[in-house]
Each structure stands twice: as C-alpha cells, then as structure tokens.
Design a protein around this ligand. Sequence first.
Ligand code: HEM
Length: 417
Amino acid sequence: MLRPKAQAIDLGGKPDLKDPDLYMREEHHEVFRKLRAEDPVYWNPEADSSGFWAVTRYDDIEAISKNPKLFSSAKNNGGHRIFNENDIDGNDTDASMISMDPPEHAGYRRMVTPGFVPRRISNMEERIRARVTRLLDDLPKTGEAEFISAVAAALPIEVLAELFGVPESDGPKLFEWSNATVGEDDPELRVSDEYMQQCIVEMAGYAAGLWQQRLEQPGEDLISMLAHSKVGGEAMTFPTYIGTFILLVVAGNETTRNSISGGLLALSENPEERRKLLDDPSLIPSAVQEIVRWVSPVLHMRRTATEDTELHGQKIKKGDKIVMWYASANRDEEKWDDPYRFDVTRYVSPETATQLGFGAGQHFCLGSRLAELQLRILFEELLTRFPDIHVSGPIRRLRSNFIYGIKEMPVRYTPEA
Ligand code: HEM
C-alpha cells in the first residue's frame, strides 16, 4: 500500500491539523497560538484513522521526546508519521532508526553516527564552500532567478551525493525520489499512484545496487558504513538498509532545502535583520538557529502511547497517537520573548532556549551539524556576493502537513560585475 493521502475532515469550526491546506494558507501559527493557550493537548479526529492528540507546548514536546518508553516511535506501534507506518507494506523497506525505540534504536544510530561526527563534518567545509561558490557563480547575470532550483534544492542534494559517494549526476534522481516520498499530499509531486510506486521501486533498486557495490568495494562513504557495520555482531538487514537509505535521502534533503529558502524569505521580509548580518557576519550562526526556529521545516513527528497516561488533564490511552508540533513549540510564548519576531541575534544570549526544529531526545537530528554548516556557509557567501538578494514575487508552497516547504521562489539581485 502507498502512503495514504491526508483526508481533511470538517470539525465544526475546530481546526484539523492534518489538513495540508492549513499550512499552504499559512494559517497554522494562529491555530497553534490558540491551542497552546486553550487546549494544549487537543484531540484531532481523523476521517480515515483513529484520531490523534495534538501537543503544542514546548515543554510537553520536549518531555515526550525524552520519554521513549512511554511515547514510542516504533514502526510496529505506528511509527513517526500520522498515518500508521505498519499499515504500509509491500515496498521491501523495514523500519529505519527513526521508527525504532531503545535499545534497538541505539545500535542502528551508532552505525551511521561516524558519518556525522564533528571532525568529519568540519572536513566538509571547504568542499561545501566550493559547491556554494559554483552555484552562486551560475546565478543568471540578468539579476533574476528561481532560487529553489538554482540554490536551495541543489546544495543539499550535492552534499548528499558526496555523503553517499555517488556522482553528482545522480542528484536529480535523488531529488525526484525524495520529493515523491514526502509529496503524498501534493498533486504536483504525487502525479499518480503508479508514479509514486515507480519512484519507490527505482529508489530501492538504486540503493540495492549501491549496497552490492560497497560490499565488494568498500569506501569511506555512508553506504559503505551501512553495508559493513554490525549491531550486536549482526550486520544490518537489507530491508533496514533500504529504510535507512530512504530516511537519509529525505531527511538530508527536504529539511535543509526548506531552511535555506525559508531563511532567505525571512531575511527579505525583515530587511533590518539582514542589515545586522551584513554589518556583522559573526551573527550568522545565531541566524541559522533562528532560521530553523522560524521555519520549522519539519512540522511534526508522531509518537504512540505505550501505557495509559495523562497530560494536562487529558486521558491518553495506550495505543493513542500523539503528534508533537515543532512549529508550535518554536513559537511558544512561555519559552520565547516575542516569538513572532524574526531576530537573528536571539541566540547570542546564553539564556535562550534551544529551538526544537531538530527535535530532542534519542532521535535528535543526526544531521543537525551538517545542516547548520550548509546554512552557515550558504548565507555567508550569499550575503557577501549578493547583499540585496530578495524574494521578488509570489512563492509556491509544498502541500504537506509534514514538511513546511517552498517549491518555487523568484528572487532578484544586483548581478556581480
Ligand atoms: C534544517 C535541517 C534539518 C531539520 C530541521 C531536521 C529535523 C529533524 C527532526 C525534527 C528529527 C527528529 C525525529 C524524531 O524525533 O522523531 C530528525 C531526525 C533525523 N535527521 Fe534531521 N533534520 C535536518 C537535517 C538533516 C540532515 C542534513 C540529515 C542527514 C543527512 C538528517 C538526518 C536525520 C536522521 C538520520 C534522523 C533520525 C535520527 C534518529 O532517529 O535517531 N537531518 N531530523
């Protein structure tokens, strides 16, 4: 079965957080503000499933993320998406680490961690800068471009190709598959169910070819790491490898792309914040955290209660779905001063909370350092070379309740002499 499309439901004036159009229309922040104040553990019925508890406050989301015993990510309990991952089969993938609980989770995470340790990531800095430089060299001399295809999508996909040790020319395929994997609710990406199925089959075939090749000829890349590492003396099973491959393609790509585009949009809408970065580029690392808080490119992750429990007076039953809305936690007025202000200096203060865009607890984003590095280098180079680059027309958003994305974004800038 393919990933189900999100079916919106009429809740008689109450919000349906599953409705992808809520995010397309950019109405979610107002809805979350009300829920945090009035109904922080909100029961959201579903047209085609059991319904879920929507958790919207920062402290609750952090606590749930850090309690995997009570709030499970495991595929056999439903996994990390609102739909039940265990209802979807037949595509030869098994759970990846993101849909596992401790202690199993730790072993699989350990297999991939060496690919993301600080030393390895900082070694990539020079090559990432060279990629950014080339992408910016190629921006049209007309002073007008479509930023997503030219820069925001291109960079993470090239970096992913490097991590996998595959030629850059494979980038467009990885891009297409990744879009199809998260685009189940966007008619432009889910062209047809047959097309979705074909993408999954092609991606699994591609991943299988790499696995075989790296078993025979190991290299320094992430695929070789997966093919040769062991958990408790056992090699990773092939279906788990395929699941992990798909996780890395999507996680490494959609999120970084939409932070880059959402970051430039925020700077365009807040010229005084851009001015601060132009005057003092040492603020860029703080700006990167603010961009991830502001955009929250992953809107939510889901858990499943393993026991009956209670939260803010709501009786949660064993087996209930709990959906943690990071986009809401990152605007929680209990946690942030002036949460609706985009402020590139916010993280200069040591008292500032950690933004929750990368999650928390066991599943805290494994690629956060890599994402931060790409964002930092991109904005350093972009603002140095095109200080006046700005969004110049209407953007087109991804239709999704999971990834807060931008598909098209026209920009204008003064071309370099
Ligand atoms: C701005 C960019 C990014 C954002 C906002 C982001 C967000 C997240 C979030 C919220 C989670 C937590 C999942 C949970 O608690 O259930 C996560 C996990 C993960 N991310 Fe990222 N991510 C980003 C970039 C990346 C990159 C670049 C990679 C790799 C190339 C990556 C790989 C992963 C992996 C493997 C996990 C699963 C970790 C685990 O289950 O232990 N992410 N990410």
